[in-house]
Write a protein that binds this ligand. Structure first.
Ligand code: SAM
Length: 402
C-alpha cells in the first residue's frame, strides 16, 4: 500500500501521521512525499526537498499510537516526571491499589507465604539480633502492614525491623513500628522485598530503524511518539547483550536502569536475600512490540506519560538477575510465582469434600483460601510473574527448591 501524505517540516522536522496530514504551528516548509511499505513505512522524498526525513518507525502498537517527527522527551525522562515528579501518579493521589491489582492486594495469603520465606531467611542467618524486612516500592505499605501482623504473633516480633522504601509520602494510618524512608539504606541483614517495583523504574525505549537502534521520544501530553538519536554506548551494549535479534520495527525497552536499581538494592544487603516479584520476560521471549502500557482506575490504557496513569513495562528478568548476581557474587534463583508459592506451601488444592460434612465453616474458609491461591498461582495471571531470589552471603537455595 502506498500513501501520499503531505509532510510538513516545521523548523526542519518531519511530521507523518499514518497518511493523515497534521498541520503544525509555525510551519516553514511543506514537503510532499510517499510512504512506502505501508502505514509509517519508509518515507521517500517526492523530489526537491533539501531535508531528508527521519528513519521510519514501526506500525502503531495495540493502542494505535500516532507517530510524529518532532522534538519530544526520552521515555525515561517522561516516565520519571509522570510517575514521580510533582503531582506524579505514584507520589500523589490514592496510590497503586486504587488503580491495579498486585499480588499484595489480591490476597493476604501472599503475605503469609512471604512471612514463611522471612522465617526461613531468619533460620539461614542464625536468628540475628536484628532482622531487617525491607519493602522497596512499598506502595502505601500494605504488604508490610500485613507482615507486621504476622510478626506480632511470632517469635520474630522483638528482633524484626520493618522498613518501607517508597517515593510517596508515609500514609497517616501506617502502623508505627514500620519505618518509612525514601531510599534503600545500607547494612541490611535480612530480607529485601520488591513486588512490582522494577516495572515502574523509568527506562528508555528504542526502535530498530533502517540504520540501527534509535531512541523513541514521546510527547508527554499526548503519548505521541517520534524518533530520536541513534542509541550508543551502554544502552547499545545492553540491547546487543539482552534484546533479541531485531528486525525492522522491533521495539525494545532498555532495561539498564532496572539492572542498576536492582544491583544497587542488592549491594545494600550485608547478609540475607532479596526477592523481586514482577512480570517480565527472558531473552528468548522478548515482546517484539515492547510491553509499554498504562493503567488507570482498574483499566489498561494507552501509556500517556502525563501523570494521569501508571506507565509500566515488563522487566527483562534475566538481565536484572545477572546484574544482582554480579554484586552479590552468589547464584540467584529465577522461577515463576506459581513455583515460588508452592515451594512455600501455598498449593491451592481444594479441601476434601468430607470436610464439608464434618466442619462446614472450616470447609468454606478452606475453599476461599484455595480460590485465593488459585488466583495467585494462575500461570496466565499473577502466577506467571517471576520470582527472582538473590541470596547474599548466605545459602538460600533450598528455600526455593522446586
Ligand atoms: C506498582 S507499585 C507496587 C506497590 C506494591 N509493592 C505492590 O506490590 O502492591 C510501585 C511502587 O514503587 C514505588 N517506587 C518506584 N521507584 C521507587 C524507588 N526508586 N524507591 C522507592 N519506591 C519506588 C512507586 O512509588 C510505587 O508506589
Amino acid at each position: 500500500m502506498a500513501i501520499d501524505p503531505v509532510l510538513e517540516g516545521g523548523t526542519g522536522r518531519w511530521q507523518v501521521c499514518a497518511g493523515v496530514t497534521e498541520r503544525k504551528q509555525a510551519c516553514v516548509k511543506t514537503f510532499t512525499g510517499r510512504v512506502e511499505g505501508g502505514i509509517l513505512g519508509t518515507v521517500r522524498p517526492a523530489g526537491g526537498s533539501d531535508q531528508p526525513p527521519s528513519p521510519a518507525l514501526p506500525a502503531p502498537g495495540p493502542y494505535g499510537r500516532r507517530v510524529t517527527f518532532t522534538d519530544r522527551l526520552p521515555w525515561r525522562v517522561a516516565m520519571e516526571r509522570a510517575l514521580y515528579g510533582p503531582g506524579g501518579f505514584f507520589v500523589s493521589g490514592a496510590g497503586p491499589a486504587a488503580h491495579f491489582r498486585t499480588s499484595v492486594h489480591a490476597s493476604p495469603l501472599f503475605a503469609s507465604a512471604l512471612f514463611r520465606l522471612l522465617s526461613q531467611v531468619d533460620v539461614a542467618l542464625g536468628h540475628p539480633a536484628r532482622l531487617d524486612l525491607m519493602d522497596v516500592g512499598a506502595g502505601r505499605g500494605e504488604l508490610l502492614s500485613a507482615l507486621a501482623g504476622h510478626a506480632g504473633r511470632s517469635s520474630l516480633a522483638d528482633r524484626l525491623r520493618l522498613t518501607a522504601v517508597e517515593r510517596a509520602g508515609r500514609p497517616a494510618d501506617l502502623p508505627e513500628e514500620i519505618d518509612w524512608v525514601g531510599s534503600v539504606p545500607s547494612g541490611i541483614t535480612g530480607l529485601l522485598l520488591a513486588t512490582e517495583w522494577l516495572d515502574n523504574v523509568p527506562l528508555d525505549v528504542a526502535v530498530w530503524a533502517e540504520d540501527g537502534w534509535r531512541y523513541v521520544l514521546v510527547d508527554p501530553t499526548t503519548g505521541e511518539e517520534s524518533i530520536g538519536d541513534e542509541v550508543r554506548g551502554d544502552d547499545a551494549d545492553w540491547l546487543t547483550t539482552w534484546w533479541s535479534a531485531p528486525a525492522a520495527g522491533t521495539r525494545a525497552e532498555i532495561g539498564r536502569t532496572r539492572d542498576q536499581a536492582w544491583a544497587d538494592a542488592v549491594g545494600r544487603i550485608d547478609r540475607g536475600g532479596a526477592l523481586a516479584v514482577d512480570y517480565g520476560h527472558l531473552r528468548g521471549d522478548r515482546p517484539v512490540d515492547g510491553s509499554l502500557t498504562g493503567y488507570r482506575g482498574g483499566r489498561q490504557v494507552g501509556p500517556v506519560p502525563d501523570g494521569s496513569c501508571d506507565v509500566t513495562a515488563h522487566v527483562a528478568m534475566d538481565s536484572v538477575a545477572s546484574a544482582g548476581e554480579r554484586v552479590a557474587r552468589c547464584a540467584y534463583t529465577l522461577i515463576s510465582q506459581r513455583e515460588g508459592l508452592r515451594a512455600l506451601g501455598a498449593d491451592g488444592g481444594r479441601p476434601p469434600l468430607s470436610l464439608a460434612a464434618s466442619d462446614p465453616a472450616g470447609y468454606v474458609r478452606a475453599l476461599a483460601a484455595a480460590s485465593a491461591v488459585a488466583e495467585l498461582t494462575d500461570p496466565a495471571g499473577l502466577g506467571g510473574h517471576w520470582w527472582l531470589l538473590q541470596p547474599v552471603g548466605v545459602a538460600l537455595g533450598p528455600l526455593m527448591a522446586r
